[in-house]
Design a protein around this ligand. Structure first.
Ligand code: HEM
Ligand SMILES: *[C@@H]1O[C@H](CO)[C@@H](O)[C@H](O)[C@H]1NC(C)=O
Ligand SMILES: *[C@@H]1O[C@H](CO)[C@@H](O)[C@H](O)[C@H]1NC(C)=O
Ligand SMILES: *[C@@H]1O[C@H](CO)[C@@H](O)[C@H](O)[C@H]1NC(C)=O
Length: 156
C-alpha cells in the first residue's frame, strides 16, 4: 500500500518534470538560439541583504542561493514567485530549506545574520541538498555567489 503510494508519487514527479521542461523549452525564445551562454550570466557578488530584493516583487527577477551559488530562477516564477508554493526561497539562501525538505520560512537564516554554515546537517540532509543543487544546476543559470560582504554588479 505504502509502496504503491510512493511509486505513484515518483511517477507523478517525473511526469511533472517533463511537463515543466517542455513548458520551459517552449516559453523561452532566448534559450533556443542561445549559443553564447556566458553572455547572459551576470557575475555578481551578493550578500544575504542584496540578494533579498530579487524576490519577484521588489525586482521582477528571482534569485535563489544554494550552497553559496546564486541561481536565476525567474523562469520558475510559478514555484518561487509571489503566491507560489516555494516563495519563501525567493531572494534567499535556500540551502537549509532544501536540505530539510522544508518550505517553512523559519528554517532559513534571517538576512541580517551570518550566512548559514550548514555545519549541523545530517548525512541524509546533505544528500538532499546535494541533489537539489544538481537540480538547480541543470535547470537554471548561475548569476553570482553569496558572500558575507560584497557588492552587486548590476546587469546593464
Ligand atoms: C507537499 C508535498 C510536495 C509535493 C506534492 C511537491 C510537488 C512538486 C512538484 C510536482 C514539483 C515539480 C517537479 C519539477 O518540475 O521538477 C516540485 C518541485 C519542487 N519542489 Fe516540491 N512538492 C512537495 C514538497 C516540497 C517541499 C517540502 C519542498 C521544500 C524543499 C519542495 C521543494 C521543491 C522545489 C525546490 C522544486 C523545484 C522547482 C524548480 O524546478 O524550480 N517541495 N514539487
Ligand atoms: C528541452 O530542451 C533540452 C535541451 O535543449 C532537451 O535536452 C530536452 O529533451 C527538452 N525537453 C523536452 C521535453 O522537449
Ligand atoms: C543547526 O543550526 C541552525 C542554524 O545555525 C539552527 O537554527 C538549528 O537549530 C541547528 N539544529 C540543530 C539540530 O542543532
Ligand atoms: C561584514 O561587514 C560588517 C560591517 O560592514 C562587519 O562587521 C563584518 O565583520 C563583516 N563580515 C565579514 C565576514 O567580513
Amino acid at each position: 500500500m505504502i509502496t504503491t503510494i510512493i511509486v505513484v508519487l515518483i511517477v507523478l514527479y517525473f511526469v511533472k518534470n517533463i511537463y515543466t521542461e517542455f513548458v520551459a523549452n517552449n516559453s523561452n525564445p532566448l534559450a533556443a538560439g542561445d549559443n553564447d551562454k556566458d553572455k547572459s550570466i551576470v557575475q555578481g557578488k551578493f550578500t544575504p541583504k542584496t540578494l533579498a530584493k530579487y524576490n519577484g516583487k521588489d525586482d521582477p527577477k528571482i534569485f535563489i542561493a544554494v550552497k553559496n551559488r546564486v541561481f536565476d530562477v525567474t523562469q520558475g516564477a510559478a514555484f518561487y514567485g509571489p503566491g507560489g508554493p516555494y516563495e519563501n526561497f525567493a531572494g534567499r539562501d535556500a540551502s537549509r530549506g532544501l536540505a530539510l525538505n522544508s518550505f517553512d520560512p523559519a528554517v532559513l537564516t534571517p538576512i541580517d545574520q551570518p550566512i548559514d554554515d550548514l555545519k549541523n546537517l545530517t548525512k541524509l540532509e546533505l544528500e538532499s541538498l546535494e541533489s537539489w543543487d544538481e537540480h538547480f544546476e541543470n535547470r537554471y543559470k548561475i548569476v553570482g555567489t553569496l558572500h558575507e560582504n560584497g557588492t552587486v554588479k548590476e546587469e546593464d
